[in-house]
Design a protein around this ligand. Structure first.
Ligand SMILES: *Cc1c(COP(=O)(O)O)cnc(C)c1O
Length: 361
């Protein structure tokens, strides 16, 4: 069982849909598929603006956000509380932005007041990068409040929502997020291979000014081709089949029910982890509903634990990234997930934890 925060398992209906023959991606059939999936995605993004389906992983979507919105030398505020926030900053910097990194402690959410202060201190900042759900630490930041602060100062807001959109509420238009990025293999019950991005009117204004080099990720090309039912380059057709089926299932369940299910499953996960005597890594008021990070107590060998789970229980959990390696492990609970899946994770943990150096009372 795959319980990492992406890729996530796909329901059998979704897998089955990928056995269909290829179609001409410049033909009528693909146009219908592209139009229906894009329309459905707009409902999940809660936006009336543009949404594009790009072939690539989530990071490609983040690069797209940067190169379509920024120019070399632009002052950018990167709000960082984990590994993925660092990555977004690195991408913008890699293409020549002048990035100010505003870091918050790992395990905590980004503080809107801190963001306000940073923006007031340097009025030349035009754009803010932020991570809605920091997958590396299991933290969801208060994006509504961050957005308020950013929008009061009329800045552009680019959001990495790769591991939250479709699972945790993120009303793109209401929260005035200019570009929001997610990836197919996280909460969407779809294999890796597609990134989804929304683009607001204000983002289109920035697009006309942006001078970073761009080609593959050019949102203008995506828009031009979408108008004729196509993508600029050959799309991952098979993943589109999967997406179409998954979105149908998600629409049937409804956005509200999906959010509620993720809340229930996450609360159950946190409660049961605590009941095992294990500490949570993230502060509970900002704990994510898609991934739970567990702090390794004295004596627990995280690598050994993950090996035992993998070899003896066929269960894949994620470790900690970078500095957090060996210090935490993470349980992904997004997408195709129910309470009974967590029961089975806990059953395996109960057996494996004592073998990895953490006796359970
Ligand atoms: C998974 C993830 C990414 C990276 O996405 P890829 O599809 O691996 O490129 C970036 N940000 C967050 C928050 C993620 O969870």
């Amino acid at each position: 069982m795959l319980r990492v925060p992406g890729p996530t398992p796909c329901p059998p209906e979704v897998l089955q849909s990928m056995t269909k023959q290829m179609v001409n991606h410049r033909g009528k059939e693909f146009a219908g598929l592209l139009e229906s999936t894009t329309a459905r995605l707009k409902q999940f993004f809660q936006t009336k603006g543009d949404v594009f389906i790009l072939t690539g992983s989530g990071t490609g979507g983040l690069e797209g956000a940067a190169v379509n919105m920024l120019s070399p030398g632009d002052r950018v505020l990167a709000v960082i509380n984990g590994v993925f926030g660092e990555r977004f900053a690195d991408i913008a910097e890699g293409f020549g932005a002048n990035v100010e990194r505003l870091r918050f402690p790992y395990g905590e959410g980004a503080d809107p007041d801190g963001v306000a202060k940073a923006l007031d201190l340097d009025k030349s900042i035009k754009t803010v990068l932020t991570t809605h759900n920091e997958t590396s630490t299991g933290v969801t930041s208060d994006l509504a409040s961050i957005s308020k602060v950013v929008k009061q100062r009329d800045k552009l807001l680019l959001v990495d929502a790769i591991s939250s959109l479709g699972c945790i509420n993120l009303p793109t238009d209401e929260w005035q997020c200019d570009v929001v990025v997610t990836g197919s293999q996280k909460g969407w019950m779809v294999p890796p291979g597609l990134a989804f991005v929304s683009v607001s009117d204000k983002a289109w204004e920035a697009y006309t000014q942006a001078k970073m080099p761009r080609f593959y990720w050019d949102f203008g090309q995506a828009k031009k081709f979408l108008e004729k039912g196509q993508t600029p380059w050959t799309p991952g057709v098979t993943v589109f089949y999967a997406l179409s089926t998954a979105l149908e299932m998600m629409a049937e369940e409804s956005l509200e029910s999906i959010f509620a299910r993720h809340t229930r499953v996450a609360e159950k996960t946190r409660e049961e982890i605590k009941a095992l005597g294990l500490p949570l890594f993230a502060r509970e008021e900002c704990a994510s509903n898609t991934v739970t990070a567990v702090k390794a107590p004295e004596g627990l060998d995280v690598d050994k634990l993950r090996n035992i789970l993998s070899n003896e229980h066929d269960l894949a959990l994620a470790g900690g990234q970078r500095d957090m390696a060996g210090k935490i492990f993470r349980i992904g609970h997004l997408g195709w997930i129910t309470e009974s899946d967590i029961d089975s994770v806990m059953d395996s943990l109960k057996k494996a934890l004592p073998q990895a150096g953490f006796p359970i009372e």
